[in-house]
Design a protein around this ligand. Structure first.
Ligand code: NAD
Length: 247
């Protein structure tokens, strides 16, 4: 309890799935949370659910692909919640197709959200973290960034690039008291994998030593650890949370 007391976290894609579980988990540990997402209905509902539990939460409607909107989201978080200490770059999308069938649009959309969105949100938050010489930046990578995955040229490229940015920012920002880490989830039961055929998910389950798919709180707990004081000497790392899956 209270491992994030007095901390303020901005979580992109916080209205559902892993982002929402992370917001719930951080709020339960004493953080005030800003849920930044495209979807107002689910976002407001998620923030209200945290408030109903006695937590502090706001929803901010913003698109991570819009740099100005992300700067406004960071400023609103800081003003509304009295600070800004932790960024969870969680918003992400898939537009799967084999390389032969992938459209330019599908490639660009995924790069724009999963890669440029992480850059935009981080650029917006960094001035606050540098000012106070403290911060935690947590990036959503994926196990597929480490092994590749059939039908995911765009997504794998975006997540591999996020790992590269994580290591670069860890080097650049360490002397400012800011740690930067990535989490590489395996297959987690959320809407995102709703389009993956059951047969394929069964194969992944079989290849997972722990013999199950992940659930959002598995990833939220990894973010919690990396955001907590216990992880103060960890930076530039990629933590796989995948039940031991090797693709
Ligand atoms: P999800 O689809 O359930 O939720 C993603 C959230 O991001 C949604 O609320 C969506 O509205 C939001 N979002 C999408 N585009 C946005 C934008 N442009 N601006 C703001 N918000 C936006 O996905 P999830 O499964 O919870 O995944 C969360 C993160 O974890 C993603 O980055 C994903 O790539 C990564 N991940 C997921 C899995 C998995 O198996 N589910 C595995 C590895 C990595």
């Amino acid at each position: 309890m209270n491992r994030l007391a007095d901390r303020v976290a901005l979580i992109t894609g916080g209205s559902r799935g892993i982002g929402r579980a992370t917001a719930d988990c951080f709020a339960a540990e004493g953080a005030a949370v800003a849920l930044v997402d495209l979807h107002e209905d689910t976002g407001q509902e998620a923030a209200q659910a945290i408030q109903a539990q006695g937590g502090q939460a706001v929803f901010i409607q913003a698109d991570v692909t819009d740099p100005e909107a992300m700067q406004e989201a960071a400023a609103t978080t800081h003003d509304a919640l009295g600070g800004l200490d932790i960024l969870v770059n969680n918003a992400g999308i898939t537009r799967d197709a084999t390389v032969r069938k992938m459209t330019e649009d599908a490639f660009d959309q995924v790069i724009d959200v999963n890669l440029k969105g992480v850059y935009n949100a981080t650029k917006a938050v960094i001035p606050y973290l540098v000012d106070q010489q403290y911060g935690r930046i947590l990036n959503a990578a994926s196990v597929v960034a480490l092994y590749g995955n059939f039908g995911q040229t765009n997504y794998v490229a975006s997540k591999a690039a996020v790992i590269g940015m994580t290591k670069t920012w860890a080097r650049e920002l360490g002397r400012k008291g800011i740690t930067v880490n990535a989490v590489a989830p395996g297959f987690i039961s959320t809407d995102m994998i709703g389009s993956v055929p059951d047969k394929v998910l069964d194969t992944f389950r079989d290849k997972t030593p722990l013999q199950r798919l992940g659930v959002p709180v598995d990833i939220a707990n990894a973010y919690l650890f990396l955001a907590s004081e216990e992880a103060s000497f960890i930076t530039g790392t990629v933590l796989s949370v995948d039940g031991g899956l090797v693709l």
